[in-house]
Design a protein around this ligand. Structure first.
Ligand SMILES: Cc1ncc(COP(=O)(O)O)c(C=O)c1O
Length: 370
């Protein structure tokens, strides 16, 4: 059996044991430490840990006071959470098509779809390939917020600028299969002081003070509620798992990068396979290993590989083709997203994947096309 994913958690790590022996299990000193590490790494003033990317995004969108007809542009070919969070705050999803080569949001199509109701644009660093936020920013009004979906990218630089530099917010996911994980979790980075404070409060049921900050020098600090909120804060238990993950990230990312290019070498001998074009970058995250095959072969190849116990998946079917969105946003067409969604397969890919396993997967695909 060749697994699609294997995590790199160290079961003997001390960080978790230390938290379990302390008095704060939820958002407390460990979360604060991780937030400081993220601010430093991404050169941002504020960071807020959340219990998922999804809840982080809902917290940001709630902080922007959107009105029901406000529009948010997202690429059509991404994970459905990107559209769901917009529906959750009663705004309108506007789908931009993807570039047929990079598979990232097509900047020209995005700009064409901007109206006076556009409040937010949410590009995605799909598979870790870096969307060029700087190029988008140059072409849009100043009062449109840019939120970078960094669920697939925990590092990367383009034009010598670190990920997150040109956006108002960048949001990470620490979901089970991500480059950095604590089972479920997320983080927001931003330079906006007012929004950071509002988001922190929204993600903690709207309270002005989290439990950790309600007692100072044995004095009780009263709290109030000015905005409604919900439960989106991360626990110190989860955050302590993140500590070790962040420490070992660079080592794991380097191993994955090496394996990525080995895979590419073996698979590039197969003419029927295509790959997303890589954006020029420094130190990008090689999160998934996506390939494209003609849609007439795609599902048959998936079945063939699964029969050989090679586990693969699809990232992603175009959201415009998912039942709920097809009905609600009838008539929306994003042909490049639809095509890629019908061609894409993500192959097994993780730091523990052996050279032998890479050869087995590559030979199986070669054999299928013979
Ligand atoms: C591109 C993208 N955005 C957002 C998410 C949502 O992340 P989370 O599961 O942490 O809410 C995912 C999760 O897989 C994703 O792939």
């Amino acid at each position: 059996m060749i697994s699609f994913y294997k995590h790199n958690l160290n079961k003997n790590e001390n960080y978790l044991k230390k938290t379990l022996g302390s008095s704060y299990l939820t958002s407390g000193p460990v979360c604060q430490t991780i937030e400081k590490i993220l601010c430093k790494k991404f050169q941002k003033k504020y960071s807020i840990l959340t219990n998922s990317w999804t809840n982080g995004l809902i917290s940001i969108l709630m902080s922007l006071n959107l009105k029901p007809k406000d529009e948010i542009i997202i690429p059509a070919c991404t994970f459905v959470a990107c559209a769901n969070v917009i529906e959750m705050v009663n705004a309108k999803v506007v789908f931009a098509d993807i570039n047929p080569h990079t598979k990232l949001m097509d900047i020209n199509d995005c700009v064409r779809k901007i109206t006076e109701k556009t409040k937010v644009i949410m590009p995605v660093h799909l598979y870790g390939n870096l969307f060029q936020t700087k190029n988008l920013k140059k072409k849009i009004r100043k009062n449109i917020f840019i939120i970078e979906d960094s669920a697939h990218a925990f590092c990367g630089e383009y034009h010598n600028n670190i990920l997150g530099k040109y956006s108002d917010f960048a949001v990470f996911s620490f979901y089970a299969t991500k480059s950095i994980t604590c089972g479920e979790g997320g983080a927001i980075i931003t330079n906006h002081k007012n929004y950071a404070e509002k988001i922190r409060s929204i993600s903690n049921n709207g309270m002005t003070k989290p439990a950790f900050k309600r007692f100072v020098n044995n004095k009780y600090i009263p709290w109030d509620v000015y905005n409604i909120g919900f439960k989106a804060n991360l626990s110190d238990i989860n955050a302590s798992i993140l500590k070790g993950q962040i420490n070992s990230y660079h080592k794991i990312a380097t191993i994955k990068k090496k394996k990525f290019f080995l895979y590419r070498k073996y698979l590039s001998q197969i003419n029927e396979i295509s790959f997303p074009t890589e954006i020029k970058n420094k130190d990008r995250d090689y999160y998934l290993f996506p390939i494209g095959v003609h849609k007439k072969y795609r599902n048959k190849l998936i079945e063939y590989l699964l029969k050989k116990k090679i586990f693969v998946t699809v990232n992603f079917k175009s959201i415009t083709e998912l039942n709920f969105y097809k009905k609600k946003y009838k008539g929306t067409t994003c042909p490049n997203s639809k095509n890629w969604g019908e061609q894409q397969i993500s192959l097994p890919f993780h730091a523990k994947l052996s050279l032998n396993e890479i050869k087995i997967v590559s030979s199986a695909i070669k054999k299928f096309f013979k």
